[in-house]
Design a protein around this ligand. Structure first.
Ligand code: RIB
Ligand code: CA
Length: 312
């Protein structure tokens, strides 16, 4: 029996975050130590409530949930209700959760846990405020972080919240810069790859047809989530961003990547939050990240559907 991979998910649910969390909780290869919550798609009170609802939908009251930073490190919060709805989890009607938040702040939890536990993979699915704040307060925790596998950024696909920047990086560019300069092994699932993971009708119907509670709920989450992106991109389905992070942990052979330099723009008003990915290695900047560019989309959705089928 291979040992489970210890992970901490940092998240701003968000429909796609919800599917990523469900995938992780449905995968026995992963030991989800805890889930930390950050403001992003919607303000922190809602991302925290949404995380509780999702963990309850997965039937996993054993998973501790910690609320974290309500604002970016040095700029006002930008949210995305236009994409995710006022609640941030529009689509299915999920009951008020019984699961409570832990009393400890997410940053304190990250520091306390990473001081004591080695070999932990961090899976940020939203702005990097919690992670960067923990690294700034306790730099020594970096030695216990095996890898950071995050959804964020874009290069060949440009941006989604501005022409130059992807939302998670744009909301807190200072935090992203701290993470990308930390020296910790980083793998990035950017828009370049998530825009290939489109929830086309046949894939949504496969979720809806599952004979459990989670399958139809995922279909209702994606039904709502996709209306904005389909209109914007004129595509047959919306990109399912965050679950690609978890799928990468479960089966990296579904992906193609290159180890390159990635630098975050933190000064320019025009391109704030841009991830300058030196894919063609034309600079002598140090290679600090594995940039994922392609996905086997059919294989990804097959894995995702099979795992969601195992939930209550
Ligand atoms: O740009 C897409 C990312 O921003 C996803 O993580 C989505 O949930 C939002 O956080
Ligand atoms: Ca997210």
């Amino acid at each position: 029996m291979t040992t489970k991979r210890k992970i901490i998910i940092d998240t701003d649910p968000g429909q796609d975050d919800a599917v990523a969390i469900l995938l992780a909780l449905a995968s026995p290869e992963l030991d989800v130590l805890g889930i930390t919550v950050v403001a992003g798609n919607v303000p922190l009170p809602l991302t925290a409530l949404n995380t509780r609802k999702i963990v309850e939908l997965a039937g996993r009251p054993d998973i501790p949930i910690y609320a974290g930073c309500a604002e970016p490190m040095d700029r006002p919060l930008v949210t995305a209700e236009h994409v995710h709805g006022r609640t941030g989890l529009d689509g299915p009607t999920l009951p008020d959760p019984q699961i409570e938040l832990q009393a400890e702040h997410a940053v304190d939890y990250l520091i306390d846990t990473l001081r004591e536990t080695s070999g932990v993979t961090l899976c940020p699915l939203g702005p990097l405020t919690n992670i960067a704040t923990a690294l700034r307060r306790a730099p020594e925790i970096a030695e216990n972080i095996r890898e950071i596998v995050l959804m964020g950024g874009g290069y060949f696909e440009g941006g989604n919240i501005t022409p130059a920047a992807e939302f998670n990086i744009y909301v807190d560019p200072t935090a992203a810069d701290i993470v990308f300069q930390s020296g910790i092994p980083i793998t990035v699932l950017p828009l370049d790859v998530t825009h290939q993971a489109l929830v086309i009708p046949s894939r949504v119907e496969a979720f809806r047809a599952l004979p459990n509670r989670a399958g139809p709920a995922v279909a209702e989450l994606t039904d709502f989530f996709e209306r904005y992106d389909k209109e914007k991109y004129g595509s047959e389905g919306a990109p399912l961003h965050d679950p690609t992070v978890i799928a990468y942990l479960l089966d990296p052979t579904l992906f193609e990547s290159r180890h390159i330099n990635v630098t975050v723009e933190t000064q320019s008003d025009l391109t704030l939050g841009a991830t300058v990915a030196d894919w063609w290695r034309v600079s002598d900047r140090p290679r600090n990240a594995t940039w994922v560019r392609n996905i086997n989309a059919d294989g990804f959705f097959k894995l995702l559907t099979e795992r969601i089928a195992t939930l209550p």
